[in-house]
Design a protein around this ligand. Structure first.
Ligand SMILES: [Zn+2]
Length: 969
């Protein structure tokens, strides 16, 4: 079959086996006491759009493991559900309902992935004004996509997080958390989206997983304007101790500032800062009384809280979007200030633009207030000059600032006159001046982010205070300690290097908002104005999978799912008889749910992408530890890297995203699985390259045609017990063992490479050494084992071949093939490698030397040479070796040859030699004589070394074990 035809065939058999698995309920798993279980989960997808191959990689790896464990004899549960919690889906529905053209077009294109009829597409758009319709549309499509990729999911357990039965479960979870004192309420400083007017965490913020967003505490200091305005300029700093060295104030001339009235005072800040102030003090009324430009402030004088009179000057580096948009200058220790001051001193004429006398800057000089051992001059000056920075817009100033601050923080001492501060370390002075300024009402805290940040929908993120926010207190000491200890000592993480990231997350996690004012999901049971947000309602749902199908099948109503039901099912608390009376759920149903839960729990493996470590996965472990006994805590977490395409990140804007639907329609499930699993191990980014996908397709095609021929062949004689036949079985069984070992270690790439690609090249080699017909015949003898070992990665193709072989039940529920350890033969493998090495060596020589007669003589080393090597390995003394060998083999006069062998082995030790014997080396060469001859294009003669010597063939004594001598006339 040519490629197109083959792909079509693949898609046909894929559809066939998918429906067969479904009809036969092959992947539906129930508790079977006494049978070992394996419970694997991959996080449920968020269903607001079609999924792409980046998701596909993660789910495929999860499925490969599920299938492998099933073949290994485990009762495997691999469930799936859909996540619709939170505001994104509502926000999309609202935009569609508002008639937002861009959003409508976007969603038309998403629907068109699945629906071709334009009228139908418009109908769906109309329906999407209801967020639940949108969520369930994509949930159903993702379900189809997962089926089309052949995932072995038990779909009886699917649900979505907006369903009342799930809400009942999450209600129980939050009542429990509150009972344990882990839910708090209070004013809370959060990252907040100005567009969506709600707190948005790292999950909502662009790139927050790779470039973390942190909240910084600035000290906003009031400088009294010395004019009739009665207002203060508010300059914000992270280093209030430098106030002692303030020389002037900087503003940005063309930025917008406002005078606001707040708590009976007039303050000047940037317009942006005003918006932030409002959000950080929602209880206060802050009003704008006047709007001004930065240039209007230039030349005015202010009084610092320490009583120094300072002038306001222009500076380009000042960012009105950062903190208050006004800073004071401390050129001795702040590189930005130093460079800005030097620039203005170099070019004082510029000040005339603002109606200022250039003389004004002549007397401004840095004031040294911090002493650092080894730095005599002003610290900022030293660093700036070292780095060669001359412009205040030089980006390296960020680095310069960090260097100065780090050194001063650890080694700096205050050298100011004020006795209260003199001699203090920088860190002490910082705290002390802050307290003093706050006490005197000359400063307040201003929160700002460490970088500019936007939510995924483009909304600007600021820091805000939420009144009466509900949150989960991850800083609760017993909880944090238990979680940390468990992750450090017990939890298995693969690749292990990611464990540190989880430990770091556990360390820094504190209060985390767990509910919002709006969104889909579960209402907070003790305050129904709030809805539990998406990262907080998806921490223990793996427990819900174990019973959800029973709830559905027995027709239990959501209102019957009272907390005591879950107390009993998950914790074994309470009496089923009484619970039954109180809820109307039959006792045997309660007991069945309890049995299912205790059978399946804990989760043996949770597999997902690395982006989830610092949020979802950490919460997953935390919540299990809070709510369940230790025997039900998660056992293992495994993670894979991202998928990129042709070297570039996939993104909607680049238009290079491949959707899962395209895999099902344009490629094939097994091709995708083979490629996605075989091209990269977990810790490696998978680069989807079309060229390599075609190569994988060709290999798959070769595999199928080989299988077909070997099923059809009438041959009965399987090999002839030659070396090459033994080699074939040895190699196959060894690869089978290695493939299994690789999967146990989650090395999916190595598994695919060994059991698919390396077995294929093994067959190629065999064909080369024997014949095509013999190769087909040999494949027949391993095909059954081979397809079972390949079933986890290419389930559809292997089912089809299984059917050709007469399988009555699906291969997917057969058994992992037992390797034939007895067939593994190291000697045969070493000898076969010798043949290949020999051919390479001969080809190299023949590039230089052209034979006269078209013949070559190969010479096999005498058996005594192996014996010499064995004695060297055993540590026998050289003189002793010479004596023993000489006497045993009658080599008197040839002692030099014995010494040569000893020396050569010491120079290039190779223990493989001792796995082989001379007789077999001779026999395999004889067996491969024609093959070698064909490869090098010469007739081959083979002699024993002693034979060659007696015939007078030159260089016969050069023969060495596994390195036959050769002579070309
Ligand atoms: Zn937002």
């Amino acid at each position: 079959m040519e490629r197109g035809e083959f792909l079509k065939w693949l898609r046909e058999i894929e559809a066939k086996w998918q429906s067969r698995w479904r009809e036969q309920h092959v992947f539906e798993a129930d508790a079977e006491p006494g049978k070992p279980k394996f419970y694997i989960t991959v996080p449920y997808p968020y269903t607001n759009a079609p999924l792409h191959i980046g998701h596909g990689r993660t789910y495929t790896i999860g499925d490969i493991i599920a299938r492998y464990k099933r073949l290994k004899g485990f009762n495997v549960l691999f469930p799936m559900a859909f996540h619709i919690t939170g505001t994104p889906i509502i926000a999309i529905s609202e935009r569609i309902a508002r008639g937002d053209e861009k959003e409508i077009e976007r969603y038309k294109s998403y629907i068109a992935v699945y629906v071709k009829d334009p009228d139908k597409i418009n109908e769906y758009i109309e329906k999407f004004k209801n967020p639940l319709e949108l969520a369930t549309f994509f949930a159903e499509r993702v379900h189809m996509d997962f089926d089309a990729l052949g995932y072995s999911i038990d779909w009886r357990r699917k649900f979505h997080t907006g369903e009342p039965i799930y809400n009942a479960f999450v209600t129980w979870q939050y009542l429990k958390l509150r009972e344990k004192g882990l839910i708090k309420r209070g004013d809370h400083i959060v990252t907040y989206c100005l567009l969506h007017r709600q707190p948005e965490g790292e999950d909502d913020i662009q790139d927050a997983d790779t470039n973390p967003v942190e909240i910084l505490e600035f000290t906003a200091i009031k400088f009294k304007l010395l004019d009739e305005s009665d207002a203060y300029l508010v300059a914000a700093t992270l280093r209030p101790e430098t106030l002692f060295g303030a020389t002037n104030v900087w503003v940005k001339p063309d930025a917008e500032y406002v005078v606001v009235e707040w708590r009976g005072e007039k303050l000047v800040v940037s317009r942006k800062a005003y918006i932030k102030l409002q959000h950080q003090h929602p209880e206060d009324d802050i009003r704008v009384v006047k709007e001004i430009r930065g240039r209007e402030l230039i030349g005015k004088y202010v009084l610092s809280p320490l009583g120094r009179k300072l002038v306001v000057l222009p500076a380009d580096f000042v960012d009105p979007d950062n903190a208050t948009g006004i800073v004071y200058s401390e050129p001795s220790d702040a590189p930005y200030d130093y460079v800005a001051l030097m620039e203005i001193k170099r070019n004082p004429e510029k000040l005339r633009e603002y109606g200022l006398d250039p003389e004004i800057v002549k007397d401004i000089e840095p004031i040294k207030i911090i002493e650092v051992p080894g730095i005599d001059d002003h610290h900022a000056k030293v660093i700036v000059e070292q780095m060669g920075i001359t412009s205040q817009l030089d980006p390296r100033l960020v680095e310069a600032t960090k260097i100065v601050y780090k050194e001063q923080y650890y080694k700096g001492r205050m050298i100011v006159d004020d006795p209260e501060f003199k001699g203090l370390s920088v860190s002490e002075a910082k705290e002390k001046i802050r307290e003093k300024l706050f006490r005197e009402n000359m400063a307040f805290t201003f929160y700002e982010l460490n970088r500019k940040a936007f939510c995924r929908a483009g909304g600007e993120i600021i820091v805000a205070k939420i009144k009466g926010q509900w949150f989960i207190d991850y800083s609760t000491p017993w909880w944090k300690e238990k979680t940390r200890e468990y992750v450090e000592k017990k939890l298995v993480m693969i690749p292990e290097k990611y464990k540190n990231e989880m430990l770091a997350t556990i360390d820094w996690l504190e209060m985390r908002p767990c509910a919002r004012r709006r969104g889909l999901g579960t209402k907070l049971p003790f305050d129904p104005e709030w809805v539990i947000e998406s990262l907080s309602d998806s921490t223990i749902y793996m427990a819900f999978y174990t019973i959800v199908h029973i709830i559905r099948n027995t027709g239990i109503k959501p209102e019957q799912l009272k907390p005591e039901v879950f107390d009993y099912v998950f914790l074994g608390i309470g009496d089923p008889g009484e619970i039954s009376k109180a809820t109307g759920i039959p006792v045997e149903v309660l007991e069945k749910m309890r049995r299912e839960f205790t059978y399946w729990y804990p989760v043996d493996q949770r597999h997902t992408g690395i982006a989830h470590i610092s949020n979802h996965l950490t919460f997953y472990v935390f919540h299990h530890i809070a709510l369940f006994p230790p025997e039900h805590w998660p056992r293992m977490i495994t993670l894979n890297e991202l998928v990129i395409r042709e070297g570039a990140k996939m993104s909607k804007s680049k238009g290079n995203v491949i959707l899962l639907r395209e895999i099902a329609e344009k490629y094939s499930a097994d091709l995708f699985r083979l490629y996605a699993a075989g091209a990269a191990n977990l810790e490696t980014v998978l680069d989807w390259r079309e060229k390599d996908v075609v190569t994988a397709l060709d290999s798959l095609r070769r595999f199928v045609s080989l299988a077909k021929r070997s099923v059809d062949t009438k041959c009965t004689e399987y090999g002839k017990n030659r070396f090459i036949d033994k080699w074939f079985y040895s190699r196959f069984n060894k690869l089978l063992v290695e493939a299994s070992n690789a999967l146990e270690k989650m090395e999916v790439r190595d598994y695919v490479q060994k059991i698919f690609y390396q077995v294929l090249s093994m067959i190629d080699h065999y064909r080369d050494r024997a014949s095509d017909d013999e190769a087909v015949c040999m494949v027949k003898t391993i095909l059954d084992k081979w397809i079972r070992a390949l079933n986890p990665v290419i389930p559809h193709v292997t089912e089809e071949i299984g059917e050709w072989l007469g399988y009555e039940k699906p291969v997917s529920i057969s058994e992992w093939p037992a390797p034939d350890y007895g067939a593994i033969n190291e000697e045969v493998e070493v000898l076969e490698d010798m043949i290949e090495d020999l051919i390479d060596d001969l080809k190299n020589v023949l590039n230089v030397v052209k034979p006269v007669k078209g013949r070559i003589t190969l010479i096999v080393a005498s058996p005594w040479k192996r014996e010499v090597i064995r004695m060297v390995e055993e540590g026998v003394d050289q003189r002793e070796i010479i004596k023993v060998i000489r006497d045993k083999y009658g080599l008197k006069g040839r002692e030099k040859e014995i010494i040569n062998v000893i020396q050569r082995y010491r120079r290039e030790p190779n223990k493989n030699i001792l796995l082989t014997n001379a007789e077999n080396e001779y026999r395999i060469l004889v067996e491969a004589r024609d093959y070698i001859g064909k490869k090098i294009g010469l007739e081959v003669d083979i002699y024993w070394e002693e034979e060659a010597r007696s015939k007078g063939i030159p260089r016969a004594d050069k023969a060495y074990p596994l390195k036959p001598g050769f002579y070309i006339e």
